[in-house]
Design a protein around this ligand. Structure first.
Ligand SMILES: NC(=O)c1ccc[n+]([C@@H]2O[C@H](COP(=O)([O-])OP(=O)(O)OC[C@H]3O[C@@H](n4cnc5c(N)ncnc54)[C@H](OP(=O)(O)O)[C@@H]3O)[C@@H](O)[C@H]2O)c1
Length: 292
């Protein structure tokens, strides 16, 4: 079967290759892959910024359709559109999942290209939203660095739904018009705050720019980051969601209370073009790789 395999580092190490099918067990479910998100995480692996095995299939999440189940799995799953999470790699035509909680059904109202933006995007924003709500006692300001990112746009919407924080978005000049247009289309102009930043504001870093974060660190702000690790004064945060939280996110999307944005949808055969585009472009929504 076809898979996108990284064998070494750099763009030249990535190729669409034939790989062996994995063993199918009584607990297994087979998912025919439709779409996968191309994430900053994948680019970091390709660039060698993250450790990888010598040969690895890219991706850890996908959207697809269940085509086969083992004797110990519910037959009702067959034909179901799902999000599947699998650390063994998901950029491949078929994924065999052996962990029941890591298959999340997608409601009919949510399209494949919307559901794919949940993986490493809305889910991360949801994780951040929980931490922010826990930290914010009264009405509190939250400064978001990299607010135009996929995670940032999702986080702003989630926080708006919760209602007890005001948001100060920080976006670099090149992305300002894009961000302003999105804010307008989401009807969030009134919700965002550009007033003076109070001393007890929480800074949420999604951009990973050390220089920018230092400006806030030097002023003594509390900072959490989904990118920067191992720097005193900056708390790196990362945590998985529970399956019911994925279901909640998908339900919000089905009810149009939460919108996601896709930039480009590439065929798997255009993987080099997709990776180059992702590296060279500002964030304008999630880039997606299609297998169908
Ligand atoms: N900790 C976790 O569990 C976890 C989970 C998922 C993702 N992440 C990380 O979260 C980050 C955001 O993910 P995403 O999918 O939302 O990415 P994304 O849509 O590609 O957005 C990246 C953001 O970073 C900004 N940025 C990049 N380089 C910058 C620089 N030098 N200076 C200022 N801003 C810069 C981008 O601004 P422009 O658009 O203007 O370039 C954009 O706002 C990624 O680093 C990802 O690896 C962490």
């Amino acid at each position: 079967m076809k898979a996108v395999v990284q064998n070494g580092f750099g763009l030249s190490s990535v190729a669409v290759t034939d790989v062996d099918e994995v063993p199918f067990l009584p607990m297994s479910a087979e998912i025919e892959t439709k779409k996968v998100p191309l994430l900053p995480y994948d680019i970091m692996k390709i660039n060698g910024e993250l450790y990888t095995d010598k040969q690895t299939t890219l991706g850890y999440g996908a959207v697809g359709v269940v085509t086969k189940v083992g004797a110990l799995r519910s037959k009702k799953l067959i034909g179901q559109r799902v999000i599947v999470l699998d650390q063994n790699g998901t950029f491949k035509e078929k994924i065999v999942s052996n962990m029941p909680p890591l298959i999340i059904p997608i409601p009919d109202e949510v399209a494949d290209e919307e559901a794919v933006a949940v993986i490493g995007g809305v889910d991360t924003a949801y994780m951040l939203m929980k931490k922010i709500i826990r930290a914010a006692t009264a009405t509190k300001q939250v400064v978001i660095l990299g607010a135009n990112s996929v995670v940032g746009i999702s986080l702003i919407q989630l926080l708006k739904n919760k209602g007890n924080v005001t948001i100060i978005p920080e976006v670099r000049q090149e992305s300002r018009n894009y961000f302003d247009r999105l804010v307008e289309s989401l009807g969030m102009d009134a919700f965002l705050n550009t007033e003076k930043i109070m001393a007890d504001a929480l800074v949420v870093d999604i951009a990973g720019n050390q220089g920018l974060v230092s400006l806030y660190k030097n002023q003594g702000f509390e900072i959490i980051s989904v990118v920067i690790q191992g720097v005193p004064g900056i708390k790196f945060v990362s945590a998985p969601l529970f399956p019911n939280e994925y279901a909640l996110i998908l339900d919000m999307m089905a009810q149009k209370k939460l919108r996601v944005f896709i930039d480009k949808d590439f065929s798997v055969n255009q993987i080099d073009e997709a990776i180059n585009y992702q590296i060279m472009s500002y964030s304008r929504g999630r880039n997606v790789i299609s297998f169908d």
